[in-house]
Structure formats: C-alpha cells, structure tokens
Ligand binder design. Structure first.
Ligand code: SF4
Length: 295
C-alpha cells in the first residue's frame, strides 16, 4: 500500500470512530492509569457489555490503587462476581499491592516494568500505556489482526507481518483514538462472523471486499467433565466453586462437589473435584483448613 492509501485508511477509520464510536464506555472517559489497568484486565476475557457495570461498581468500591491494595482478597473476589476467570481478581489485588509497596502507589509508565506486575502481559501493558498516556505504540489482538488480514486479503499473513502493519498504520500522536477506533470497528463493522462490507468505510481499499474468505478456525474442545450427558468446561466448574464460596463461608470437597455438579457422585467425582480445588489453592484463590475449603 502507498503512503497516501495508508493515510486515507487512517482518516476513514478515525472519522468513522468520531461519528459511531462507543465514546460513552466508562473507561474511555478517564486517563487514570489505575482505572485503565483495571478495565484492561477485566476486558481480557470478558466482553464489553458485561464489563461496563462491573467496572463502575469495582471502581466505586476501590476508587484508588491504595484502597484496592488494602482490601481483603475475599472482598476483591466478591466484587469480581459475574466477570468469570476469578484468577484475575487475585491478580488485580496483587498488582495493586505491588504498585503500593514497590512503586509508592505510582504506576510505572514503562511497558517492561508493567509486565512484571501480576495479570499484565505484553498486550495489556501496551494497552494501558496507550489508553492512559496516549503512548505512540501499536498493539493488536485477534480483532485487530482480523482487520489487517482482511484489508490485505490474505488470511494467512504471518503474525510478524501483522505486527509490522499495525506499527505502520499507527497515526502518530493519536494512538488512544486509533486503537479505540479499531476495536469498535472490529466489533461493529468488520465483525468475525458477519462483516458489514457494503457499509464499510474501508471497502475502497479492502482486498477482501465484498466478502472476506477467512480461514475457518476449528475450535479445540476445552478440558472438562461430563454432567448429565453434556461436556462442561473446567473453567465453568472453577467459576461455580468460587461462586459457591462467595456465599458460603466454607465447604468440604463433597459439599462443594454437590453444589457445582448436578450429577455429582462422591465415588466418581470426588477425586476430580479435589484436583480442581487444589489447583485453585495453588493459584492462591482458595485456602483449605481442616478439610474445609474457603476463599
Ligand atoms: S470491506 Fe468487509 S472485510 Fe473489508 S474491512 Fe470492511 S468489513 Fe472488513
């Protein structure tokens, strides 16, 4: 693509975002790096509509990194209810303690330093700096990768090439708006299953127009267990355990097993349930005292 085409595409996406973007999302109304970090970790594995109210409630309960650091882990896990992947509740709590203990409560403005914190990998660290500081760096997730591959009409472009393209397309000084725009564009126009090609502001340049031929991804079956004839992923059981312990002070393996699995049988499922509990204990989410499990 020529330099002019790249600039035209940047302008087309930014203009579209100005008109149709989701500017009202609560984490887009702040540049407070603590709040941005919380929103990014929440958004890692939970979709936007679910995160909105949870984010507002979490920030109302823990408005500063100091207040989050001083909270009981159990309270943080309680506030994570409904977001799933409860390990992240523990991560944000430890991240806050890290920031208070090692950085005097001030988040580092450096990607590598951010990555030493709990729950923050390369994508999240770049996103935090982009949305909090408008840092001139590019980031990409599956959605942004999909846009790049479609615009270039090649579903097999290598990851390295996609990264290079993301850097090339970044309009300097507009990183925050650019990435917000790409994310909205991916979820409203260039969607995974039903791209709106005829209404797309990029159709003039997109080599996939009018119909992208994406590689069909075969979804791998998640590790799980049969329940009443159905396969239930282990992550669902993990969520059910934490949910049970949010409202029950403690439980034995069998009490928890009966609460999380409709056809629980101590003889057949007891060992499996114990393994799931031990894994949660190893991750620091649960503790066990006198054969009773608790948050
Ligand atoms: S024309 Fe279709 S495939 Fe190309 S960017 Fe737009 S929505 Fe995506």
């Amino acid at each position: 693509m020529t330099k002019k085409q790249i600039v035209d595409i940047q302008n087309a996406i930014l203009s579209w975002y100005e008109m149709y973007g989701r500017h009202e999302l609560p984490w887009r109304k702040t540049t407070d790096i603590y709040k941005i970090a919380i929103s990014e970790i929440m958004l890692q594995q939970t979709n936007v509509p679910k995160v909105i109210e949870k984010f507002k409630a979490f920030i109302a309960r823990f408005p500063t990194v100091e207040m989050l650091a001083a909270a009981e882990q159990k309270d943080v896990i309680m506030m994570w209810q409904g977001l799933g992947y409860n390990r992240r509740a523990m991560y944000v709590h430890k991240m806050a303690q890290n920031i208070v203990d090692d950085y005097k409560g001030i988040f580092p403005r450096d990607s590598r330093a951010l990555m030493t914190l709990y729950g923050i990998g390369p994508y999240t660290s770049r996103s935090i700096l982009i949305f909090a500081c408008n840092a001139d760096s590019a980031t990409w997730d599956v959605n942004i990768v999909r846009i790049m591959r479609r615009v270039y009409g090649d579903a097999n472009i290598s990851d390295a090439r996609v990264e290079e393209l993301c850097r090339t397309f970044l309009p300097k000084g507009k990183s925050r708006d650019w990435h917000n725009a790409l994310m909205d564009f991916a979820s409203l126009i260039c969607t995974k299953r039903a791209p709106q090609c005829t209404a797309c502001p990029l159709k003039k340049w997109c080599l996939s127009y009018p119909q992208p031929k994406d590689v069909v991804m075969v979804k791998k079956k998640e590790v799980g267990r049969r329940e009443n004839g159905k396969h239930i992923p282990r992550r669902i059981y993990r969520g059910r355990i934490v949910e049970f312990l949010r409202y029950n002070a403690a439980g034995t393996v069998d009490e928890i097993g009966r609460a999380i699995k409709k056809d629980y049988c101590a003889k057949n499922d007891g060992g499996w349930c114990q393994d799931v509990l031990l894994k949660l204990e190893k991750e620091g989410i649960l503790t066990c005292k006198h054969d009773k499990w608790m948050l």
